[in-house]
Design a protein around this ligand. Structure first.
Ligand code: FDA
Length: 402
């Protein structure tokens, strides 16, 4: 970054926040409530674009069971302090204060009954009440550290602030305004970046494999997907590009190129026991019709074809055959070709190294007055409202001191 040429008198505010997303707006409202003059700058044409598109338009704004275990980070303890001081219950209280109707969909995931815009409106109302200003279509070009703060050069003029909060999010969905600018600022001030990668993202499969499963897009089933240390029991969905659905998105955060993912295709039962039981009760039943109790006909046909097993009456299967069949279906191994990448990923793993940031205030330990909040940090949540809870909690933590 170059030096700022400083011929004009800069506008002066206490806090500049770069990024009008979930974390930035929460930070601005919190700082403003303390009487700090806060200005949020965003290069996009409107605020909170990811909030608007989240949760299928209904924003999964938090999770009832949020805890540090639901996050990936080089330092798994980093998120604890902020999450404890601004919890899911605090955000739920705010949602209730605005009379926003919501419901629990599954596994503690709270969604708006109506639309995600309710959450953006809530944040904008909080910012208005706290007299925080928001400027969209405002691109920041350079940042210069001065003795008493930061000089921020934008296409709309120079701004001087005591505290600078970086809330620029991760790299996912560039078409929604995502950039690596937050990482550039971190590097400018000597902070390390934990290598980034797309996460909560669908898997792609090879053309040959897609041809084999060309009748399946749209089909879904409950599975347990496992890879490395991760294991998730949720739905999997076949798509035209490969595999998606919550189980796949979750396990993608653990997957690395070339690794196999193991799927238990009947996670709620011991398949061998169950097939033996069926054989005893109805020996004349064909394997495919018994398996149709678990999966759609298309899926049964696909799995049996893949295992090269011809359907016949259960009585014709030996114990050893049932054993082999059960083992294959409960440890189905697949090596994805890749992922759909940042184009469709919900989040970015990695980011600004938390070693150099205070877990209490989000201030950089080596650069006074510089803060990082939200997804730009090396803190990434599971699917299910955890990423927004991190944005609220970290934005709030910085807003209390910046
Ligand atoms: P966020 O990305 O929200 O905001 C960053 C802001 O910075 C943007 O407004 C951007 O325009 C701005 N910016 C970037 N570069 C800039 C620059 N150079 N200059 C100025 N401004 C700049 N999570 C969850 O908990 N529940 C859910 O339901 C979903 N659903 C979901 C769906 C989809 C499709 C996606 C892509 C993501 C989700 N997420 C989610 C994840 C969630 O949206 C994400 O973790 C948070 O929005 C992160 O909040 P931040 O404020 O950190 O970044």
């Amino acid at each position: 970054m170059t030096d700022v040429s400083n011929n004009q008198l800069p506008e002066r505010v206490d806090v500049v926040i770069i990024g009008a997303g979930a974390a930035g707006l929460m930070c601005a409202a919190t700082a403003g409530q303390r009487g700090r003059s806060a200005l949020v700058l965003d290069h996009a044409n409107k605020v909170g674009k990811k909030i608007l598109m989240s949760g299928g338009g209904r924003c999964n704004f938090t999770n009832l069971y949020t805890s540090a275990e639901n996050f990936y980070s080089g330092n798994p303890h980093f998120c604890k302090s902020a999450l404890a001081r601004y919890s899911q219950w605090d955000f739920i209280a705010l949602v209730e204060k605005y009379g926003i109707a919501y419901h629990e969909k599954a596994l503690g995931q709270l969604f708006c009954d109506n639309k995600s815009k309710d959450i953006v409106d809530l944040l904008l109302a909080e910012c208005r009440a706290a007299k925080a200003q928001i400027r969209t279509r405002c691109a920041v070009s350079t940042i210069q550290f001065e003795q008493n703060g930061y000089l921020v050069e934008t296409n709309l003029g120079l701004v001087h602030c005591e505290s600078l909060v970086v809330a620029t999010g991760g790299l996912s969905i560039p078409t929604m305004g995502a950039t690596g600018f937050g990482y550039d600022i971190a590097r400018q001030f000597g902070l390390d970046i934990v290598p980034t990668r797309a996460a909560l993202v669908p898997f792609t499969q090879h053309k040959r494999q897609l041809q084999r499963q060309d009748s399946l897009p749209g089909s879904s089933l409950a599975v347990t997907a496992s890879c490395g240390e991760g294991s998730f029991h949720e739905q999997m969905l076949f798509t035209h590009r490969g595999l998606s659905g919550p189980a796949v998105l979750q396990i993608s955060s653990h997957w690395r190129e070339g690794q196999a993912v193991t799927f238990d295709l009947a996670p709620d039962r011991d398949l061998v026991d169950w097939l033996r039981h069926c054989r005893q009760g109805s020996p004349e039943s064909h394997l495919h019709s018994v398996l149709a109790e678990l999966w759609s006909k298309k899926l049964v046909q696909f799995f049996l074809q893949r295992l090269d097993i011809a359907s016949r009456p259960l009585k014709q299967f030996s114990d050893a055959e049932l054993q082999a069949l059960g083992a294959k279906l409960q440890t189905w191994k697949l090596v994805p070709d890749g992922t759909e990448g940042y184009r469709t990923a919900e989040v970015t793993l990695g980011g600004v190294d938390t070693d150099q940031v205070s877990s209490r205030t989000m201030e950089c330990k080596t650069q006074s007055g510089l803060y990082f909040v939200g997804e730009v940090l090396d803190v990434t949540g599971w699917l299910g409202g955890f990423n927004f809870q991190w944005a609220w909690a970290s934005g709030h933590a910085a807003g209390e001191v910046a």
